[in-house]
Design a protein around this ligand. Structure first.
Ligand SMILES: NC(=O)c1ccc[n+]([C@@H]2O[C@H](COP(=O)([O-])OP(=O)(O)OC[C@H]3O[C@@H](n4cnc5c(N)ncnc54)[C@H](OP(=O)(O)O)[C@@H]3O)[C@@H](O)[C@H]2O)c1
Length: 358
């Protein structure tokens, strides 16, 4: 790429926004030229916006942003709408995204970690390497809404590991039914809403409002043909556990055609990432299978492929649904948020969905 594209990050001080910035460190295609936060951060240099009033740092991500980002002014979202950027990453809450993402999309592409538009009929939920054909819908979205840009969300961070692991099974054996229980990390709740340490230490919280519905809808939307959600049923229980990063899920799958742990592992191991090669944030593998019965574990496996590789373990026969069952782990703030959003932006740029503005 001759000249890097200029990108803005909305919600740059938050957990997902920080991971976007860390993924953009020394990025060969994108340069961060604008960052945004809420009123409490706006008007300060970004380095100051990352400090609590006590002076404590609010930087949680592994890695760091480019040094030049620290001196950018952190701005309110309304001040950024006309900023001279070619692309914006949106890492704000659903409510803020609902109001502001369309304002940006009138002019430029919006790559979003928020759920606000995921369920709109003209909005694909994209995981590069899994449902690339759905990106075509962005052309219709642009045309229908009269936008120069578009809104392209990544999935909910709990959907990501499930959808990536189901993709090769669905292609090879036809998924008929899925039952999943998640054990989700506290970073998934974000910094602003967050989970109180007093609530989660020494505890499991058996309910995450709205999460189960999101995973059920999104998995079928991603794995079906465009405009035709996959016909299999998905039933989830989503829980919060005392883990910092990395969502673990136990998955029970019924299939149309015969499957066993060996053929399922082979299909997962064959699942390639040819379409991702050459993208700066692409892992060598999107999915790997670990034969060690004590894996995957969040502490040991979340950083596989720098947080971009999903790990499956404990593949076994599933006698009740007639298929296979397994445990899957994915990094919720990397593949499931910041770096996953950057990978999508890279893919869309390479596929000519993004161009340099005036
Ligand atoms: N955490 C995850 O693992 C994860 C994974 C996938 C998707 N997501 C999604 O990503 C989005 C952000 O989540 P998060 O976990 O990063 O939350 P977070 O840590 O609470 O960060 C929220 C961000 O939004 C900013 N913000 C709040 N009010 C604002 C306003 N009125 N105008 C502009 N900016 C405002 C905050 O700025 P200040 O710091 O200045 O207040 C902060 O930068 C959510 O939609 C979430 O569902 C999160």
């Amino acid at each position: 790429m001759s000249q890097p594209l200029r990108v803005g990050v909305l919600g740059a001080t938050g957990i997902a926004g920080q991971q976007v910035l860390a993924a953009l460190w020394r990025h060969p295609w994108f340069t961060v030229t604008a960052v945004g936060g809420s009123d409490r951060s706006a008007g300060k240099p970004f380095s100051d916006a990352l400090r609590e009033p006590s002076g404590a740092s609010r930087w949680f991500a592994d890695g760091r942003p480019d040094p030049a980002v620290f001196s950018l002014p952190c701005r309110r979202i309304d001040e950024l709408v006309d900023a001279p950027v070619d692309l914006v990453f949106s890492a704000v809450s659903k409510e803020i995204a609902l109001e502001w993402e369309p304002r940006f999309a009138e002019r430029i592409p919006v790559i979003s970690t928020a759920s606000a538009f995921r369920y709109e009929p003209d909005v694909p939920i994209l995981i590069p390497g899994v449902n690339d054909a759905h990106a075509e819908a962005l052309h219709d979205q642009r045309r229908k809404r009269g936008w120069r840009g578009f809104i392209a969300p990544i999935p909910n961070c709990t959907t990501t590991g499930l959808a990536v692991s189901l993709k090769p099974l669905h292609d090879a054996f036809g998924v008929r039914a899925v039952v999943m229980t998640s054990l989700q990390a506290v970073s998934g709740a974000g910094r602003n809403d967050g989970v109180l340490a007093l609530d989660v230490i020494d505890n499991v919280i058996p309910f995450i409002p709205g999460e189960e519905e999101k995973v059920e809808l999104e998995t079928r939307k991603i794995l079906g043909p465009w405009e035709e959600p996959a016909s299999f049923s998905v039933s989830c229980t989503c829980t919060r556990v005392n883990v910092q990063d990395g969502h673990t899920e136990t998955v029970f799958v019924g299939t149309e055609r015969p499957v066993n742990p060996t053929s399922a592992a082979a299909a997962m191991e064959r699942f390639g990432v040819d379409g991702l090669r050459g993208l700066p944030s692409a892992p060598d593998r999107l999915l790997r299978v670990d034969a060690d019965p004590f894996r995957p574990q969040p502490k040991r496996d979340r950083d596989a492929g720098d947080g971009m590789t999903v790990t499956v373990g404990r593949l076994r026969d599933e006698p009740v649904l007639n298929g296979v069952k397994y445990v899957v782990l994915s990094h919720n703030t990397k593949l499931g948020a910041g770096k996953g959003a950057v990978l999508l932006a890279e893919w869309l740029t390479r596929e000519s969905y993004v161009d340099r503005g005036p």
